[in-house]
Design a protein around this ligand. Structure first.
Ligand SMILES: [Zn+2]
Ligand SMILES: [Zn+2]
Length: 243
């Protein structure tokens, strides 16, 4: 399984970059996990838009779905240029009906995932965990039968992440605050909380993502390393994990 960070900002994209979006690939199959602001522009550094086989969304906040509309236009334009009728499946939860219905367009199809069941998409199996966030949001544990990665999506700290992330090869955490700051009201975690999950779950690699637009982001890394002895990285555009 190969993971490429496309966007790592929370709330809105920094200059020339994107908010939450990740590509995961295996055996030529490509999933886009969340599709934040700026994602469509940045994805094309790595993939043709028509090479995306499926999209899986954690929730419907704009920093995770802002580019769904232009992704739909890109499939409309490319299908008509190439005289094809390829349909892109976009998986989302059904707890926000308006958000869900927007996923269907000429060449994209909204498909509801059942958060209580395993979702199989291509070579990947997804299990979900409801997060602590102002709107319904789901973390994902994704496995290809060999490696396992966990994406917390947006959440404040909950112990549930420890069992959900147990022994994962990779953990990507919401890290929208610095150690000592309380992210609970906003529904986000700080650098220490992400590192504590990594430590207690025994994950092999931690990537801090969903970054704040204040402070020195290198401090997130320094703080996390005080609580987790394994490898930690700051998410960055084009950061690749696995192969
Ligand atoms: Zn977010
Ligand atoms: Zn959110």
């Amino acid at each position: 399984m190969k993971v490429t960070v496309i966007g790592f900002w929370g709330a809105y994209p920094g200059n020339g970059s994107a908010t939450s979006s990740y590509l995961i690939e295996k055996d030529g199959f490509t999933c886009l996990i969340d599709c934040g602001s700026g994602a469509l522009s940045r994805i094309q550094m790595y993939k043709d838009v028509m090479e995306i086989d499926a999209v899986i969304l954690s929730h419907y906040h704009n920093d995770h779905v802002a580019d769904i509309g232009v992704l739909q236009y890109s499939w409309l334009v490319q299908n008509s240029i190439n005289n094809t009728e390829k349909i892109l499946p976009i998986y989302g939860h059904l707890e926000d009906k308006i958000g869900f219905e927007k996923l269907t367009h000429n060449f994209t199809e909204a498909i509801a995932y059942d958060p209580e069941s395993v979702l199989v998409v291509g070579p990947f199996s997804f299990t979900f965990m409801k997060t602590e966030h102002p709107v319904p949001c789901y973390a994902m544990r994704i496995t290809d039968g060999d490696k396992a990665m966990v994406y917390t999506a947006d959440s404040s700290y909950t112990d549930n992440f420890i069992s959900f992330s147990q022994d994962a090869d990779l953990l990507i955490t919401d890290c929208n605050f610095y150690e000592g700051q309380d992210g609970r009201k906003a529904g986000h975690m700080n650098s220490r909380e992400g590192a504590e999950i990594a430590k207690h779950a025994g994950v092999k690699q931690l990537i801090l993502s969903h970054h704040p637009h204040f402070g020195n982001r290198q401090d997130l890394l320094i703080q996390a390393r005080n609580y987790f002895n394994g490898p930690v990285q700051l998410a960055d555009e084009g950061l690749i994990w696995g192969k």
